[in-house]
Design a binder for this molecule. Sequence first.
Ligand code: FHN
Length: 474
Amino acid sequence: MKRYVPCIIFFLFVIPHVIFAQKGERSLSLKYGATRLEKRQDPSMKQFRANRLGAFIHWGLYAIPGGEWNGKVYHGAAEWLKSWAKVPSEEWMKLMEKWNPVKFDAVEWARMMKQMGVKYVKITTKHHEGFCLWPSAYTRNTVAHTPYKKDLLGDMVKAFNEEGIDVHFYFSVMDWSHPDWRYDIKTKEDSVAFSRFLIFTDNQLKELAKNYPTVKDFWFDGTWDNSIKRNAWWTAHVEAMLKELLPGVTVNSRLRSDEYGKRHFDSNGNLMGDYESGYERRLPDPVKDLQVTKWDWEACMTIPENQWGYHKDWSLSYVKTPVEVLDRIVHAVSMGGNMVVNFGPQANGNFRQEEKVLAMTIGNWMKKYGECIYGCDYAGWDKQDWGYYTRKGQEVYMVVFNKPYSKRLIVKSPNATQVVGAVLLSGERLEVVETAKNEYNVSMPDREPEEPFVIKLRIKEATGVTEKYRDAFI
Ligand code: FHN
């Protein structure tokens, strides 16, 4: 009998916990799990949500080699070159001697981002390589010890803020160049070193919060290793520490682990941090994955298939067109998420031409149609093949990406919601024909736009269901 005791305990206690956890019901009492069950509704979080469109800037020493080391071009992400080419830290950090982005102009960057219509920019303060864009007092691996010397981060924060753009800090906890960084804690020595590393990281985070108090968000990365997962207390502590230092600040889910090593969502299935940050270079399915509309989330996207930092050869993978990037932006908003489009500036401080064109094209579209993005959310209407719905209060937007040969855009409204009119954002009216219960045809404009376009629906809610329709008896 004794032999079966562990099995009985497993089936009686562990399995039910796992099942409840998957349903997102509270069953385990967690010390380091989610701190709330609903979306945050304070002004800072509302602003984060309303912003909807952001830009990522991945900029660090990796921009100097641009994906090539000792004559060999590596296809992987350029910011991982140190790892692909197995470059020792001392050698990698010699790149600091060449860091001199003489063409960098923070004001120009901010103008470009403003023109693109982004409401916030996420800047890599420190990526996995360990090089800091600010003059940190806690390491030598900073911009202060390069020929450039000046505080790049400070200049960016100032310039972006002056354009009314919020600044978010990307921060990699994993630091390949710090002697105390560990992937796992296997020995007493690891444990001692890693404790020092966590103090070092706390100091850097406090320094960032203190020196750049207008920062609105911390976006953590490099937190997936066992060393961090075994220190769940620390992830909870960092979230609390930053929120105390910077009231209103938002923190992504990627920072957090609970005491069972569960990341993003705790062992009860509840979101940790303020918004989910697992959608990287991919998006939830707009029909099957509607559960994401229950929490805040933010996706990020590269323009080539997988290059965040500057890589000199973009021909090595597929490069998305501006319309494809736009499609992803609208897709995210239609499911209640934010989208962050990545840029990897060159080492001299210039953006590559393709990125400038993309930013300009998206910006021109946002100027005309941004009304269906900013402040918008999941509409709750069944997705149709022509594109996506977004919604702001009583305004329901159709964002049309695929023109139908029938010249009719099918709309299926939720129960007790009638469509009583449709207009282009220019004001031009479109014909609406009711075709069945809660089904309509909206006609295409006479002059069909040569770009994705937006139709605003006029709706009436809770006015009673039309009785003229009968379902078939089957
Ligand atoms: O390894 C990084 C990668 O270089 C890049 O910074 C992205 C951005 O989301 N995050 C990591 C991978 O998840």
